[in-house]
Write a protein that binds this ligand. Structure first.
Ligand code: 3HC
Ligand code: NAI
Length: 701
């Protein structure tokens, strides 16, 4: 984005109307040049021959917000709230014409105008919460005045944009038109002038009083929905100011709170993720003009936990899906789960009945490989058995048309070996979805040694089309995410056997911000999964035996986790509510005694440092080996796939925030006091600390 683009704002008088056109590709963000240009144009219009003003945008969208790349740097005048006040104070009528997305500061500019007209395809919203902020240019003061306090809180708390039609219902848009926005806007202005319409300034409107409960309920919801985040609570304070204070004072309060957030660590972390997510979509070294393959028909093999969800992700994005199962009974079971999932989506209001049934109709079942002959992409999601997967790839090689892409959803297996079972390894790669696959956003795209560039580019783009966040990983055991999970779980288990309890381990990690503690995650995934995976490995590859003594003992006692009603916890069969189980405590103590471990008190801080730093150490190895392209890619994997708190920015960002020297110091300390073998510092960590460089600097060099 060109922040010094002097042509970012154009002003001309057309048939007596001063037309201000913002032109700052790609998304017309409010860079310094745009703010300056708007200010000059509005000021000029006050004394020229124009009768009224129109603010409109060139390109694909109305202003999509403040320029995020300017955040964290010294802000230059004119500041946005001031500019918007000047627009609103105009002595001549100002109308905003909205197409594309009017977001954040962009929508706040529109709210400073006296009237708003929008294309029916346009969307408006205040997504600042996703950046660890809230609207900081009058949004918290003007939206309650136009739409009422409850709607304002909902809009700002969800961060999701609403359609122009919905915005009109809320009182945030005054007219919606089907097409020809600019002409309609000029006609609308003429109409308003003819009618002698007032200069309707949102700041002068009263705020409908609300019961205090509105704020209390919202705060309680944030504690659940946005646990650990400060921005939603600060937003409520700002809205409260809109209710209790005159506009000018409310605006000042908004600015103070917004600035606090802007300079804080949570907004920094979330800003990092915003750019990391976009960066992750780019593969270094690929030709930019690479011709992608056409994907319309998708085959999925295996309709179990993952296959059904993957099928739904494609069907929801409009693809035709053929789901293949081993026999009719398994097929009906798989399709039954898909039906129940769609019913759930309708119940939760995610899809209407009609939408759900249209998506469901795109999925058809089969047990015949011949039905995959014309698929453009086939994703295998059968049991995690390497020989079975190779067999399936051989069969696909025999039936699929030339040019079809063949993908495996394996969690751990060697993608190169699976690809080598075919005569077309260049067409093969991994597409690692996360459970539940129709909901989780992450897609690890695993590039095999021989995967063709166009196959990789096609699948990265396809990931976006099915509304996932694709991140590329190289081939290794567990790829980026699951490989880092190994040391994380190891330390959680070691804390347990050395003296903690399942509840204290989970509480430490949950309170730190993870969506779920590691012990509960193990129970959810099924303790037999790890057990079987370990059994399949030679003893010397299983790692520290003390890290799996307890789960092995639980599995051998028939405690498989949630699915058997008991694992590390006991689960209520109806509510799935978990409770601590004294039997488990006895097993932990018995196993500790067998291992000769003298149990001791383990603090929450120790649990957090051990699990998080073990994960970071592995992440640095992954980077060094080139398995991940950049540190930000690892952060995106963790936030979108593993319930890592976005406001901590991901494991690599967190490492930089804590300080690499501190991470190394703790790792060395753990090596001295705990099991040395588990704690050898990643060579990259030692190197960066010695050189005084950050991971980011190393990655960009
Ligand atoms: N500032 C700076 N750059 C931005 C930007 C912004 N607000 N919004 C998007 N960009 C950049 C992206 O980084 C990307 O750059 P790249 O091509 O170099 O990677 C490019 O614009 C295109 O963005 P997308 O790839 O995301 O394009 P899409 O078409 O998929 O989406 C969008 C467009 C819906 C506008 C999406 O980019 C988006 O949601 N942007 C963020 C909007 C936002 O959060 N606005 C609020 C900002 S905070 C604010 O306004 C504070 C105020 O209250 C004071
Ligand atoms: P699952 O056991 O729920 O489903 C596997 C399905 O494959 C079963 O329905 C089975 O009938 C079918 N199947 C077996 N052999 C077949 C064959 N020859 N032809 C057609 N269908 C066949 O397993 P799940 O959990 O869905 O896992 C599938 C794959 O996805 C595995 O490789 C797993 O590692 C991976 N994965 C699993 C995740 C999870 O959380 N469950 C997450 C990410 C990846």
């Amino acid at each position: 984005m060109d922040t010094d683009n002097e042509n970012a704002v154009n002003y001309e008088i057309v048939d007596g109307i001063g037309v201000i056109t913002v032109n700052n590709p790609p998304v017309n963000a409010l860079s310094h040049a745009v703010r300056g240009g708007l200010q000059r144009a509005v000021a000029a219009a006050q004394t020229d021959a124009s009768k009224a003003l129109l603010i409109v945008c060139a390109g694909r969208t109305f202003i999509a917000g403040a320029d995020i790349s300017e955040f964290g740097k010294p802000m230059q005048e004119p500041f946005l709230p001031q500019l918007i006040n000047e627009i609103e104070a105009s002595g001549k009528l100002v109308v905003a014409a909205i197409h594309g997305t009017a977001l954040g500061g962009g929508f706040e500019v529109a709210l400073g105008c006296h009237y708003r007209i929008a294309l029916e395809t346009a969307r408006v919203g205040l997504p600042e919460i996703k950046l660890g902020l809230f609207p900081g240019a009058g949004g918290t003061q003007r939206v309650p005045r136009l739409a009422g306090v409850p709607a304002a809180i909902e809009l700002m708390a969800s961060g999701s944009p609403v359609s122009a039609v919905r915005a009109a219902e809320l009182g945030l848009v005054d007219r919606v038109v089907a097409d020809d926005l600019r002409a309609c806007a000029l006609a609308y202005i003429a109409e308003l002038l003819d009618a002698g319409a007032e200069l309707r300034r949102a700041s002068e409107l009263p705020v409908e009083p609300v019961n205090d409960e509105v704020f209390e309920q919202a705060a309680a919801q944030f504690d659940k929905r946005a646990r650990g985040q400060v921005a939603p609570h600060k937003m409520l304070e700002a809205v409260r100011a809109a209710v209790e204070l005159p506009f000018v004072e409310g605006l000042a309060k908004e600015r103070t709170l917004f600035t606090e957030l802007l300079t804080g660590s949570q907004a920094k972390a979330m800003r990092h993720l915003f750019f990391a997510e976009r960066e992750a979509a780019r593969i270094k070294g690929l030709a930019p003009d690479l011709q992608q393959r056409t994907i319309e028909r998708v085959g999925i093999i295996g309709g179990g936990t993952m296959g059904g969800g993957i099928a739904m992700s494609f069907a929801n994005a409009g693809f035709d899906v053929t789901l293949l199962e081993i026999n009719d009974e398994a097929l009906q079971r798989g399709l039954g789960i898909v039906d129940r999932n769609y019913a759930g989506s309708v119940k939760r209001g995610k899809l209407s009945e009609e939408e759900a049934s249209a998506c469901r109709d795109r999925i058809r079942g089969t047990t015949d490989y011949g039905d995959l002959a014309d698929a453009d992409l086939v994703i295998e999601a059968v049991f995690e058995d390497p020989e079975l997967k190779k067999n399936i790839f051989r069969q696909l090689d025999a039936v699929c048309k030339q040019g079809a892409i063949l993908a495996t959803n394996t969690s751990y297996q060697d993608v190169n070996a699976i690809a080598a079972a075919t005569n077309r390894p260049a067409d093969c790669l991994g597409m690692h979805f996360f459970s539940p696959a129709h909901i989780m956003k992450l897609l690890e795209v695993v590039r095999g040694d021989r995967t063709a560039d166009d196959v990789l580019a096609t699948v990265m783009a396809l990931g976006k089309k099915i509304r996932k966040v694709p991140v590329m990983s190289g081939v290794c055991y567990g790829f980026i995410g699951n490989r880092m999970l190994g040391p994380y779980f190891r330390e959680a288990q070691l804390c347990l056997i050395e003296g903690a309890t399942p509840e204290s381990v989970d509480a430490a990690i949950y309170d730190w911000g993870m969506a779920m503690g590691p012990i509960s995650v193990s129970d959810l995934a099924g303790l037999d999964v790890g057990y079987k995976a370990r059994q399949a490995l030679p003893a010397e590859q299983r790692g520290d035996a003390n890290a799996y003594r307890v789960p092995d003992a639980l599995v051998e006692a028939g405690r498989l986790g949630q699915k058997s009603g008991q694992g590390f916890y006991r689960y209520d069969p109806d509510t799935r509510q978990k409770t601590a189980d004294p039997e488990v405590q006895a097993i932990i103590e018995r196993e500790a005694a067998v291992a000769g471990i003298e149990r001791r008190a383990i603090s929450a801080a120790e649990i957090v440092d051990r699990t998080m730093f073990a994960m970071i150490n592995e992440g640095l190895r992954i980077l060094d080996e080139g398995i991940a392209q950049r540190p930000g890619d690892i952060d995106v994997v963790y936030v979108y796939g593993y319930g890592y708190p976005a406001w901590r920015g991901g494991p690599m960002h967190y490492a930089e925030e804590v300080g690499l020297d501190r991470v190394l110091e703790r790792i060395l300390e753990f090596g001295q006091t705990l099991a040395v073998d588990n704690w050898s510092p990643a060579p990259l960590l030692e190197k960066l600390v010695a050189e005084g460089r950050t991971i980011k600097e190393w990655s960009e060099s």
